[in-house]
Ligand binder design. Sequence first.
Ligand code: F6P
Length: 408
Amino acid sequence: MLKGNVIYGQSGGPSSAINSSALGVILESFAHKDVISKVYMMHHGIGGAINDDLIDVTNESVEELEKLKYTSGAFFGSIRYKLKPAEEDETDYKKILETLKKHDIHYFFYNGGNDSMDTCNKISKYLNKVGYPCRVIGIPKTIDNDLPITDHTPGFGTSAKFIANSFIDVSLDNYSYPQGRPIIIEVMGRHAGWLTAASSLANLTGYGPDLIYLPEVSFDMDKFLKDVKRIMDEKHRCLVAVSEGITYKDGSFVAKATKAVDAFGHARLGGVASSLASEIDEKLGLNAKSIELSFLQRGASLVASKTDIEEGVNVGRKAVEFALNGETDRMVTIIRTSDNPYKVEYKSCHLQDVANIEKKVPLEWITKEGNNLTSEFTKYCLPLIEGELEHSFKNGLLDIPHFKNYRK
Ligand code: F6P
């Protein structure tokens, strides 16, 4: 058995389930004290490993740690940082290696989406090349749900639940008056429409979106305006779900283009709902309203899906279990074995098979008109939003964890 300490890092966009995975890693490591003496969190992801900026959680109480399940954000700090290929520049890798040696770390866990799995993959290959004994395992997380191989990613279920219920709330508001309005709600998800598609679940209550636009289908402004007009004439109100990342046929974003990009070269999106609302005002003379769910959908801890949070803990635990069993260079995957009752198993896949690869909503789950989802999507998504947590509140406010060694 490889004896050594654990390091765990959070990376990319936060979610409501990422801290559950941190909890899973910590608790499973505590359960193997004969092998693992210390558990370190990277402070702000890989930046923490490069700069030897670690948070030691070994002596934190389990009671306080358990609160991580109810806490959104990336509590130990995240980062969007692209490691250069080691063949080009080894500087960061050497610093990471120094940190690992200094703290006797032989178990490395990295929690994130496709870009983060690229980081994890590069580190795994480097450590292997220099012959440093370290088991490297990726832990899936992204509200965007766009990692391949795994059935879904922790974080998606809670955000999907928030989105579906937000549509119900807004729709009920829009039904309050005899004359409603066109309302456009913008949902995150960059190049994949999973989160926007989740708005369709609201239709199970009769209060969902009339039109849904995903990045998987190119957007046609004239057709959109015609559809909004038709629905307004029929129902005197119209609710639209739109992904931040929808594009025209030529591939250009419908959102007003800005030059801002993140470390991985992804465009910083936002503002598509407001552009569409202006277009409706101008061309149809209707008083449209735009809503950007923005970071509210990434937090969303108040409507956390129990299924999502429990799976978040489980992927963290499994990562440690797989590493202790000798696995390395792999990411934990969730494999669905049954829809009814909903059941999953945890497996693993090669990091290089997930790094930088985006999984889109299958085109056969999108209706022929390209503006709604089929029942196949409902069957897939519904189990992921089910179950509620009993949050703990203090003075009416969320009871977030307080750790001895914590740094914001
Ligand atoms: O990666 C998750 C995500 O929430 C995307 O859906 C979104 O496009 C992006 O992060 C926004 O990131 P930020 O504004 O933090 O750069």
